[in-house]
Structures are given as structure tokens and as C-alpha cells.
Design a protein around this ligand. Structure first.
Ligand SMILES: Cc1cc2nc3c(=O)[nH]c(=O)nc-3n(C[C@H](O)[C@H](O)[C@H](O)COP(=O)(O)OP(=O)(O)OC[C@H]3O[C@@H](n4cnc5c(N)ncnc54)[C@H](O)[C@@H]3O)c2cc1C
Length: 369
């Protein structure tokens, strides 16, 4: 007999895991089918910045959604520790968005429109981070843009979901989804299962299911290459950020340095040229990394959509099929709000109308939006 669930989630990255956690917590019988291991794709490659301000620059719907998700993490730290026993390793300290040129300064000073962004003079920056590179004209300091350890968050969501009754199947790729009037049939490499609701959360690989379900939406990989180094002795408490490059100080004493942006590249191995480019940018922010020992290098695929915004919402014709994919540079940040939004939709609870409109699967994308 086929296994029967209320909801099946396709994909066990941070988005699928968050959805499973929120659903299971609400008493929904949930299963996650994951091709490989939980959190090993884009989620495992991420730096873990909750960069609502660092990534947005201007107010608007995306910023409000990002901010709500960032705030949700405050509650989740204790909750996930309690339900899963896993510490998501939130690192306080915030982000310094550095200005090295007049145009940087002009652009960053406009961020004052966003709540919690504070402009610091060069002297104030060097006072906070005395090892920061020469030539800084000032910085936007965002205390709330903390960071977490993405794989720990993903595992905590998955374990929390399991503790609340969800089934998590690893090495069980979903092959097809046949929509039905009663239940949908999901065929996986581990057998068939049925559910009243199906949620597609398979990151950059979601396009195949959108197509199977009659929606012509494209997903683009934007490869990011990173490295980590062992920092023995240079005090760095805040993330340094400039020109899409960052240095993130982890609790372990490692610094995560990233990341390249290579659109259209499906390969998941880091290349020497990419790592070299990242190191070059990072050295302008923190010259001392020159002497640090390399821990490891890696790459991952950010799931980008036509307009850069995720698809979070119902299938336009079959409302028991939902999508949560295309979180591009911000899936770690947006995971809690996405999990809550999908859960509220499945439970027919109220959902912010502006968010529904902005992220619906059948929107007409403004390219580059
Ligand atoms: C270098 C880099 C740095 C980043 N830094 C940050 C950051 O600091 N902050 C931030 O917020 N975001 C960051 N991101 C972005 C973030 O990692 C992604 O937006 C997020 O991980 C997307 O999560 P996801 O669950 O949608 O995708 P994924 O983590 O890729 O998960 C999708 C899962 O679906 C599975 N899957 C695919 N096909 C199938 C199938 N047929 N059946 C079953 N399972 C399937 C895959 O195996 C995978 O595990 C970064 C990304 C990269 C690459």
C-alpha cells in the first residue's frame, strides 16, 4: 500500500526543511523526499548571513518579507534548540557594508531609509574593526544582519519536523508528480506516496516540476565559490561586506570568504580562478587573511528566477500544489518566513496579500526586478 500524507515536500534544503518543520509543528502529517542528503546543496554552500539590509538597499515588499524572516530567527534559536537539540549558531555582531569610493558612500548612505542601518565614519569603522583594510571612507553598520550556520539550521528544522511526526526520506529523488482530484501521487526512487498537498522546494532543480505541472518558469543557477580559513588571532567580530564579497567570522574561529557570481554554470566544483578572485577582493577588506591557513573551498548553485524573487504560493489552477523555490542569494534568510507562509496557505490561515502577489507562481516577471 502507498504511504499517505497530508503534505509531501519535494526537496530537503533549508526551504523544504523549514516548511516540513512548520507543517509538522501544526499537526500536519508531512513527508520530505530528498535526492541526496538534507542540506547538502545550495544550503550547504551558504555563508549564512541574514542580510535583510545587506541584500536589499531599499524599502519594499521584499525587504519587509526578509525583515519578518530575520525577526523569526530570534524566536527560532531557542525553539529549535529545545525541539531538536541543535544549536543554529547565531553569531551576533552584524554587518559592516564598507565604502571604498565616493559612489559606494553615496549609495550606502541612502540605506539610512531602512530601519536599523547606521552610517559610521572611517574612524568609527577602524575603531570597531582595527584590522580592516586601508582606504575605507565609511560604512553602513547593520547590527540586525547577524549570521547563522546554514547546515545546522537545516538539520535543526529537519530533526524538529521528525520529532513532531514528519517522515524525512534521504536518497529518495522524486521522479514525477501526478495531480489527482483526491490525492496527488508522488513517484520517487524509493516508491510511491500520496498526499493531499504537494510542495515543490527543490531549489534550482525545481524547473522540471514546474514544467510537469504546466507552468513555464525557468530557474537559473548562479554558481558561488567560497573558501574558509583558520583565523588564529585577528580579532574580527563583524561580517565585512563589499561589492558582493564578504568575510564572515564563524564561532569555530574560521572565516568564511565568498563568493563569486557565475550565472548559467551548473558545475558544483570550485575553480581556482574563482577562488583567486574572491581572495583578491577579501584582501582589500582584511589584508591579514594573506597569512591564514586554508580550511576548505567549495561551490554551490543559487536558484535564480527571471526577476530574482522566489516563487512562494499556490499553483494557479490546482491550489493543493504549492511552490517554494528560487530564493537566489537569500534562502537562509527567507527560510522561516517561507515555511510559515506555505503552512498558513495549506491551513487556510490569513497570509499577507502583498507577499502573495509579489511571490505568486503565475506572476508576470519584471526582468531584473
Ligand atoms: C556560495 C553561496 C553563498 C550563499 N550565502 C547565503 C547567505 O549568506 N545568506 C542567505 O540567505 N543565502 C545564501 N545563499 C543562498 C542560499 O544558499 C539559497 O537561497 C538556499 O540554500 C536555497 O535553499 P533551497 O532549499 O531552495 O535549495 P537547496 O539547498 O539547493 O535545496 C534543494 C534540495 O532539493 C533537492 N532536490 C533536487 N531535485 C530533487 C528531486 N527530484 N527530488 C527530491 N529532492 C530534490 C536537492 O538535492 C537539494 O537538497 C548562498 C548560496 C551560495 C551558493
Amino acid at each position: 500500500m502507498k504511504k499517505r500524507y497530508d503534505t509531501i515536500v519535494v526537496g530537503g534544503g533549508i526551504i523544504g526543511a523549514s516548511i516540513a518543520y512548520h507543517l509538522a509543528k501544526a499537526g500536519i502529517k508531512t513527508a520530505v523526499f530528498e535526492s541526496g542528503q538534507i542540506g547538502q546543496k545550495a544550503t550547504g554552500a551558504a555563508a549564512g548571513m541574514l542580510g535583510a539590509h545587506a541584500e536589499c538597499d531599499k524599502p519594499g515588499t521584499f525587504f519587509e518579507f526578509a525583515r519578518a524572516s530575520q525577526q523569526a530567527y530570534k524566536r527560532l534559536i531557542a525553539e529549535l534548540k529545545q525541539t531538536s537539540g541543535i544549536d543554529i549558531k547565531r553569531h551576533n555582531g552584524g554587518i559592516l557594508k564598507l565604502a571604498f569610493s565616493e559612489s559606494d558612500r553615496e549609495r550606502l548612505m541612502k540605506m539610512g531609509e531602512l530601519d536599523s542601518a547606521e552610517w559610521l565614519s572611517a574612524e568609527e569603522v577602524y575603531e570597531k574593526e582595527p584590522y580592516a583594510g586601508k582606504g575605507i571612507l565609511g560604512a553602513n553598520f547593520i547590527q540586525d544582519d547577524v549570521h547563522v550556520e546554514p547546515v545546522s539550521v537545516c538539520r535543526a528544522f529537519a530533526k524538529g519536523a521528525r520529532m513532531a511526526g514528519a517522515d524525512i526520506f534521504e536518497f529518495a529523488p522524486v521522479i514525477s508528480i501526478e495531480p489527482g482530484s483526491g490525492a496527488h501521487v508522488v513517484t520517487t526512487a524509493a516508491g510511491k506516496a500520496e498526499a493531499e498537498h504537494v510542495v515543490i522546494a527543490s531549489g534550482v532543480w525545481s524547473g522540471v516540476f514546474f514544467k510537469q505541472l504546466g507552468l513555464n518558469k525557468r530557474f537559473y543557477p548562479v554558481k558561488g565559490e567560497c573558501l574558509s580559513v583558520w583565523n588564529d588571532g585577528i580579532p574580527l567580530t563583524r561580517t565585512l561586506y563589499h561589492d558582493h564579497c564578504y568575510i564572515v567570522p564563524r564561532h569555530s574561529g574560521k572565516l568564511v570568504i565568498g563568493a563569486t557570481m557565475k550565472p548559467g554554470d551548473w558545475s558544483e566544483q570550485p575553480e581556482l580562478g574563482g577562488i583567486e578572485a574572491v581572495i583578491k577582493k577579501a584582501k582589500t577588506m582584511l589584508p591579514e587573511i594573506e597569512n591564514m591557513k586554508i580550511d576548505q573551498c567549495w561551490a554551490g548553485l543559487r536558484p535564480e528566477t527571471e526577476d530574482g524573487n522566489p516563487y512562494i504560493g499556490r499553483h494557479p489552477e490546482n491550489t493543493r500544489i504549492l511552490f517554494a523555490a528560487g530564493h537566489f542569494r537569500n534562502g537562509i534568510l527567507l527560510a522561516p518566513a517561507t515555511g510559515e507562509m506555505i503552512t498558513n496557505m495549506i491551513l487556510d490561515r490569513p497570509v499577507d496579500q502583498t507577499w502573495q502577489e509579489a511571490f505568486k507562481a503565475d506572476r508576470k516577471e519584471a526582468v531584473g526586478g
